[in-house]
Design a protein around this ligand. Structure first.
Ligand code: HEM
Length: 127
C-alpha cells in the first residue's frame, strides 16, 4: 500500500523534514539560477517557512498556517519569475536533497509526486 500524504509526517517526523529542507537550502545557496531569487539576509527564515509548510502539508502540526495564514503558494510566488528552467532546477535540487536526507523509502513517492506537480504549478513566466 502506498503511504498517504498525511502519513508522511508520522513516519519521518520533524527530524526528517529538517534534514530534507537543510539539504535543499545548502544546494540553493550556491545555485546560479536559484540563489539570486532567495532573500540572502533571511535564509534561516526561508528554511523555516518551507519546513513548516511541508510539515503541515504532510500530516504534521499546522504551525505554518497559524503563523503565515493560508499557504496560497502560487500567489506567494508571484513576485518571483519562475520559468521552466527555474522549476526544473528547484526539482533537481530537491531530488538531490531527498537522496542526501536518506528518508525511509516509503516516504519518497508521495513527497516526490508533490514536489514535481507543485513546482510545475508554480511556473509563472515563459522565458
Ligand atoms: C514544490 C514546489 C514548491 C513549494 C512547495 C514551495 C514552497 C514555498 C514556501 C512554503 C515558501 C514560503 C512562503 C511564505 O510563507 O511566504 C516559498 C518561498 C519561496 N519560493 Fe517556493 N516553493 C516551490 C517552488 C518554488 C520554485 C520552483 C521556485 C523558484 C524557481 C521557488 C522560489 C521561492 C522563493 C524565491 C521563495 C522566497 C523565500 C522565502 O522568503 O520564503 N519556489 N516556497
Amino acid at each position: 500500500m502506498d503511504l498517504l500524504d498525511t502519513q508522511v509526517y508520522g513516519l519521518i517526523g520533524d527530524e526528517g523534514f529538517t534534514r530534507l529542507v537543510a539539504a535543499f537550502y545548502r544546494r540553493v545557496a550556491t545555485d546560479e539560477i536559484l540563489s539570486p531569487m532567495y532573500p540572502q539576509h533571511d535564509m534561516v527564515g526561508a528554511e523555516q517557512r518551507l519546513r513548516g509548510f511541508l510539515i503541515q502539508r504532510f500530516g504534521g502540526p499546522d504551525t505554518y498556517s497559524q503563523q503565515r495564514g493560508h499557504p496560497r503558494l502560487r500567489m506567494r510566488h508571484g513576485p518571483f519569475k519562475i520559468n521552466r528552467a527555474g522549476r526544473d532546477r528547484w526539482v533537481e535540487l530537491m531530488e538531490a536533497a531527498l537522496v542526501e536526507a536518506a528518508l525511509p523509502p516509503e516516504a519518497i513517492p508521495p513527497l516526490r509526486k508533490f514536489f514535481h506537480d507543485s513546482a510545475t504549478f508554480m511556473i509563472n513566466a515563459g522565458e
